[in-house]
Design a protein around this ligand. Structure first.
Ligand code: GAP
Length: 454
């Protein structure tokens, strides 16, 4: 096998996602809408897998974290208290010449609209406005009246829905610090400079967990969560050379944070934040206590009252989705043919196995393949494919990252065995048809690490 040396580009991933129906630009028949995307069948399956793996690690396999699903539109006072109304802003500049809009703090990474090889402001024609603050929250109205009293916001993060439910959950779920509340759901930000495919979008699905701890333990838990989350990405098979932790400098941190580390991934656009882990201190519970008049505190068995500190790992499914696809994408030449293969962790792969009758018009093969498919689909997402040459069918599955293909062939008719083909090594072995289900269950539970070279 000849290895392809070129690192993957974002355009390659965008085109694979489109070609194979993972992701399409949204509202496409109307010309699209900046940086919004729709997920097709394989995209939905992949996102479901990412979400359930996160939920499993963060809630199902732990005794100290419970789930929550709060509303997207909250009382607007929540966003006053959280600091988002006053401070969830980006500095924005417009160029009067090329009419493009830039983030004033990211001009170094932007391209001039007229001369893309230059930065905005670098050419004599550039005519930039003074920076002004632009709030990223989307506004809406609740009820029939559209005036100031009915104004509300689409949530820009899921975290605040968790803080305002601290009392409900700590009492009703009978949890005491240290304990966490996890939430997955859509968040909305009117980003000034979205782009780079799903990396920065205006509508995304966040997975956040707020971990409430005694103040003296906050640093220890912060360090714990940085390591735990990094370990989760390693277990997903992301390559070590593409992962790193970067601690924020004091000037970089959000208003609420006393320490923040980004788990960064080396995307085709460079090292960027995949997930943030923040030590938010007592900021959020104190703010909501002051603004709502409801005490959000903990009383320990000795009667001591305190406001728990919060450690928060926060990420979007979109950033994980792009990182996994970039990490998994591989082009190689096998024999005299090129193949594109997505070496995804089997648990992330949208389809777990393909069932392929070698000669679809052969009734014995067709019947056995169909029966195997009917059996497996009750337990896993699998595909039956009987159209086209077998080589093409394998390539199709390679491109969507299907880890195994079970092929029903002439020998199956004689001894009731099938071949199983491994996506990564291309090795083939024979299995009794009756043992395929157990084999697949077992294979999906095995540890997996990327066969891609670093
Ligand atoms: N509650 C804290 C919070 O929301 P953040 O760093 O603004 O912190 C957390 O966002 C995570 O959400 C990021 O690490 C990233 O994974 C994801 N995220 C933020 N903005 C995004 C966007 N516009 N598009 C996709 N994902 C985004």
């Amino acid at each position: 096998m000849a290895e392809a040396a070129q690192p993957v580009t974002m355009d390659t991933i965008v085109s694979l996602c489109r070609r194979r129906g993972f992701v399409f630009p949204s509202s496409e028949i109307y010309g699209g809408l900046g940086s919004t995307y729709d997920y097709g069948h394989y995209g939905v399956l992949t996102k479901n897998n990412i979400r359930s793996l996160w939920f499993r690690a963060m809630v199902q396999e732990r005794d100290d974290i419970v789930a929550l699903d709060s509303a997207i539109i909250l009382n607007p006072s929540v966003w006053e208290a959280s600091g988002h109304v006053a401070g969830f802003t980006d500095p924005l500049v417009d160029c009067r010449t090329c009419k493009l809009r830039f983030r004033a703090d990211q001009l170094e990474q932007a391209n001039c609209g007229r001369k893309p090889s230059k930065r905005p402001g670098e050419t004599p024609d550039c005519d930039l406005t003074e920076p002004r603050q632009f709030n990223l929250m989307f506004e809406t109205h609740v009820g029939a009246l559209r005036d100031e009293s009915s104004a509300a916001y689409l949530r820009p993060e899921t975290a605040q829905g968790i803080f305002i439910n601290f009392k409900n959950v700590s009492q009703l779920a009978r949890r005491k610090p240290p304990f966490g509340i996890a939430q997955v759901g859509k968040s909305f930000r009117n980003e000034i400079t979205p782009g780079n495919f799903l990396f920065r979008v205006r509508e995304f699905e966040q997975m956040e967990m707020e971990f409430f701890v005694p103040p003296a333990d906050a640093t220890r838990w912060y360090e714990y969560w940085v390591e735990a989350r990094l370990g989760w990405y390693r277990n997903l098979g992301l390559r070590e050379s593409n992962l790193r932790v970067r601690e924020h400098g004091e000037d970089e941190r959000s208003h609420y944070s006393s320490a923040t580390s980004d788990i960064e991934y080396r995307y085709p656009i460079g090292w960027q934040e995949l997930e943030g882990v923040a030590n938010r201190g007592e900021f959020d519970l104190t703010q909501h206590t002051q603004h709502s008049g409801t005490k959000l505190e903990w009383i320990d068995p000795d009667g001591n009252r305190y406001t728990p500190h919060v450690v928060e790992p926060a990420v979007s499914i979109e950033r994980i989705f792009v990182a996994l696809l970039c990490d998994a994408y591989h082009e190689e030449v096998v024999g005299d043919r090129e193949r594109v293969v997505l070496r995804l962790h089997p648990k992330v792969a949208p389809v777990k196995a393909a069932i392929l009758p070698l000669v679809p018009r052969d009734e014995g093969m067709a019947t056995r393949a169909r029966a195997l498919y009917e059996d497996l689909r009750r337990h896993h997402v699998v595909e039956h494919d009987d159209s086209g040459q077998i080589g093409r069918r394998y390539r199709r599955q390679d491109e969507i990252g299907t880890p195994w293909a079970f092929t029903v062939d002439e020998q199956t008719l004689e001894d009731e065995t099938v071949t199983v083909r491994d996506r990564d090594s291309l090795a083939q072995e024979r299995l009794p048809i009756a043992g395929v289900r157990a084999w697949l269950d077992d294979a999906l539970e095995r540890d997996w690490s990327s066969p891609q070279s670093d």
